[in-house]
Design a protein around this ligand. Sequence first.
Ligand code: HAM
Length: 439
Amino acid sequence: MYQRMKGTYDVIEDAPYFRAVERAASEVSRLFNFKEIRTPLFEASELFHRSVGETTDIVSKETYDFTDRGGRRVTLRPEGTAGVVRAYIENKLHADPRVPGKYYYLGTMYRYDRPQKGRTREFRQFGVESFGTKSPAVDAETLAAAHTFFRALKLQDALTLHINTLGGRESKANYAAALRAHLEPHVETLCADCQRRYQDNPLRILDCKIDGDSEAVQNAPRTLDHLAADDRKNFEEVLSHLDALQIDYVVDHALVRGLDYYTHTVYEFKVDAALLGSQNAIGGGGRYDELVETLGGPPTPATGFGIGLERLIHVLKQRGFTPREGHVHLYLLAIGEEARRRTFTLAHELRLGGLVVETDLLGRSVKAQFKQSEHHQAAFVGILGETELAAGTINLKDQATQEEQTLKQSELLKTIKTRLNGRSKAPDCSDCTEKGSQK
Ligand code: HAM
C-alpha cells in the first residue's frame, strides 16, 4: 500500500470549496483588472535564493531542491512572487504601457515545513502582483482587492488586517543597525541560526520560530522609530487611502514578514487563534520595490499579496459555509424497462439544459432507486411509470416541501429551474451559502 507523502493530502471532499474560492479569486481579479499569469512549478534554485533570501527559513530550511538530469539546481516554488517577477522580466512585461501592470495567480506551492494545523508541505495560494509604481494608492488598491475577496466569502469580520512599514533601503538599514545593537548582549542566548542571522540579516531573528517569542526579541526596537521622513509620509498615505475605502486595519509595528524582498508597506491578514491555532495568518504581502532590479530587470517598484487557500477554507468551514455546487438537482426514477430507457434519454436532455441529473444505470429496484436519490440528496425526484410514459408526463416530487405534481416532460426543465432560482441565496457570493439555506 502506498501512502501520500507527509504534509500532503488528497483533495476530494474539499474540491468544491477550492472551486468556490478560486472562482471568487478570479472574479475579484476580473473586477480589479488583474490579468492571470501561470508560471512554472519549478524554477532555478538561485531565483529563490536571491529573492526570498538566503537567511530566511523558507530558503534555508524549507525548499524542495533537486538536481535535474541536466545537472541544474532546481527548486519547487515555495511562493509565487519570485516566479512572477522572473516572468515579468523575461517576457518584457515592463514594456507594456498599462501601468501598473497587474497580474494574479492561483497555484500550488511547496515548503518542507513541519506539518501541523494550517501548515502543510503542499499548499495553494491566490496571489496578486502590481508592477511599475511607488504610488501608495496602489498598495491600497491591492489591499482593496484582498478585502473584496474576503467580503465575497463573507469573511471580512473574521479577519484583521495588520499593517506596518519597513521603509526604504536606508530606513531598513537603520533599523537593522538598531536591532543589532539591541540584541548584542543576547547573542549568546540565541539559536545557532539566529547567531548567523545576527551578522547577516538581523530582521530575520524577529520571525524565528525558536527565538521569536524570547524576551529580547519581544522588547526589540520598533520599525517606526527608525523611519526616514519620506517613508513615514508614504505609509501615512497608504493608511489614508485605506480610510477612504473604509478598510479597517491595525498598525502593528512588530510586523516584519518572513521574506527578504519587502520594503515599505508590509501586512498580514490574521484570524482569531480560536479559528486557526498558531498559524493564524491567512495571507500576507507588501511592497518589494527593489526585487525586479535585483533579479536583473529595470528598476520597477511593485507590491502584492499571497493568500493561503487551505487556511482560508479551514476558516470558511468553521464559519459554517458550504459551497453551493455539488448538489444533484434531479434524480430520475424509472418503473419498468420502457421507462428506464426514457429516463436515460431524458437525463441527457435535461443535462444539456443545465440541470445536474442522476438516474439509475444499474437496473435497480424501485426501492433501491429511492435509496440512491436519498444518498445523492437530490432536490427533486422525478418518477416515470407506465402511465406517465404513455401520457408524456412525469411525477415530480420536491424533496424540500414534499409536494408532488404531475407535469409534461417538456415542462420539467423550466419548472425545476424556476423553483431552484426562487430558493434563498447568499447575497454577496454566488458560490457560498450559509449552512442549511441550500436545497
Ligand atoms: P507568505 O506569507 O509566505 O507570503 O505566504 C502567504 C500565505 O500562504 C500564508 O499567509 C499562508 O496562508 C499560506 N502558507 C504559507 N506557508 C504555508 C504552509 N506551509 N501551509 C499552508 N499554507 C501556507 C508569500 O508567499 C508572498 N509571496 C506573498 C506576496 C505576494 N508578497 C508580495 N506579493
